[in-house]
Write a protein that binds this ligand. Structure first.
Ligand SMILES: Cc1cc2nc3c(=O)[nH]c(=O)nc-3n(C[C@H](O)[C@H](O)[C@H](O)COP(=O)(O)OP(=O)(O)OC[C@H]3O[C@@H](n4cnc5c(N)ncnc54)[C@H](O)[C@@H]3O)c2cc1C
Length: 385
């Protein structure tokens, strides 16, 4: 190591790596190594207020593009204003927050191998540090069985105000196809909004041209005239049906700290990973000076505890994908959004109580998934195929 070596080198420069760098600065020098020239490009990352505590919201604040006081959901027979606040980061806001940190640098390079203190690059170069972290994003693994939340979104600039004041996190009044389908709307200002055509689907494939046409139709049906498509983003997020967390962690090298989707840190039912990345960043800040083994152990312990606590959400994912017919999924979601708001907020935050779980499964009146569950006892089993 030289005087110019980073304290921490991270393989990957996406969300989890960037948040770890943001959380750490100015305590340590961080180098983010990513194969892509602009790893944050084409992303908007959102979260619900209740997902984070006050201190987490405070250190994340410089990276936030926009916050809102509430959010809406819409179904054919039912619409609701939810009081929970919502916030979004995007490539520009997170990138600008990182650029203000002199201790954080980036390098475009592909990592070929790593251990807890170094990266070997595909061109043979080597980077040493006090600590190396793996944040290379999702990869399929035999210990986890997933389905998909997939979407194409366009940030539109309209010729006149759209009239929305809050995000519409689900507009499921649209025709259902390819699983559960809804539009997601983020009004950044009076005339700018992100419109995403989203599917909870068994297949990962996206037809970009078709989704672009569907977004244009959706906007036209609301009388919105598009002045410009400012940018576009696509995502295929894993939704977890089954997970053998012990087998997963046994397959990882024990002395290499892992964060983000690489470590399967995301909500099994929504695919959201920002709250997990924030929590991992806090752990990195707390343990990095103890070296790679101590940090890897703390992250693994947190992940295993979380995997145990999230079994209920994997059960809900199985019920949604396996017990409910594709055209019934919207009805399942509509019933869910009729439940009390605190219960909905705790589900998003991954903190459902026993009473919440009972209420979701039994419902008043009984939810269709409960019926489906009785019909399909195999649905209860959690064993990756
Ligand atoms: C468009 C989009 C929108 C999303 N919206 C939300 C949201 O609103 N809220 C939410 O919580 N979640 C959201 N997600 C889901 C999830 O939070 C993101 O996928 C998130 O970016 C995952 O963070 P990560 O750091 O694990 O992986 P990534 O952000 O995917 O970063 C991994 C990085 O590692 C790099 N890499 C991989 N292999 C190598 C290698 N060998 N060498 C060097 N670099 C390498 C990749 O180039 C990549 O940039 C969204 C996902 C997408 C795609």
């Amino acid at each position: 190591m030289t005087a110019h070596s980073p304290d921490i080198v991270i393989a990957g420069g996406g969300l989890s790596a960037s948040l770890a760098a943001l959380r750490l600065a100015p305590a340590g020098r961080v180098l983010l190594v990513d194969a892509k020239p602009d790893p944050l490009a084409g992303h908007t990352w959102s979260f619900h207020d209740g997902d984070l505590d006050a201190s987490q919201r405070a250190w994340l604040a410089p990276a936030i593009r926009r916050t809102w006081d509430g959010q809406d959901v819409r179904f054919p027979g039912y619409g609701r204003q939810l009081r929970a606040g919502y916030a979004s980061l995007d490539a520009d806001s997170l990138g600008a927050a990182l650029q203000r940190l002199p201790n954080v640098t980036t390098l475009q390079a592909r990592m070929a191998a790593m251990d807890g203190r170094s990266l070997t690059l595909s061109d043979g170069g080597r980077i040493e540090a006090r600590l190396a972290i793996d944040a290379r994003g999702f990869r399929p693994h035999p210990a986890v069985e997933v389905r998909f939340q997939k979407f194409l979104g366009q940030e539109l600039r309209l010729t006149a105000p759209h009239g929305l004041t809050r995000p519409v996190i689900m507009d499921a009044t649209v025709p259902q196809q390819d699983g559960y389908r809804f539009f997601y709307l983020l009004p950044f200002d009076d005339t700018r909004l992100l419109v995403e055509d989203t599917y909870y689907s068994d297949a990962a494939h996206l037809s970009a041209d078709r989704q672009r046409a569907d977004i244009a139709d959706y906007a036209a049906a609301r009388g919105w005239q598009v002045a410009a498509v400012v940018r576009e983003e696509t995502g295929v997020l894993p939704i977890t049906l089954r997970l053998d967390a012990d087998a997963f962690w046994k397959s990882l090298p024990p002395g290499v700290p892992a964060i983000g989707l690489r470590a399967l840190r995301f909500h099994p039912l929504t695919g959201y990973s920002l709250p997990h990345a924030v929590r991992s960043a806090d752990l990195v800040a707390r343990h990095w000076q103890q070296g790679p083994w101590a940090l890897a152990k703390a992250l693994r312990r947190d992940s295993l505890a979380d995997a145990r606590a999230q079994g209920f959400y994997r059960l809900l994912s199985r019920m949604l994908f396996e017990a409910a017919a594709p055209d019934e999924r919207r009805r399942v979601m509509e019933r869910f959004y009729r439940l009390p708001e605190p219960l909905i907020e705790r589900l998003y935050a991954g903190r459902s109580t026993l009473a919440d779980k009972a209420r979701i499964l039994t419902g008043r009146p009984p939810v269709p998934v409960a019926k489906a569950l009785r019909c399909l006892p195999g649905t209860l089993k959690e064993r990756p195929a």
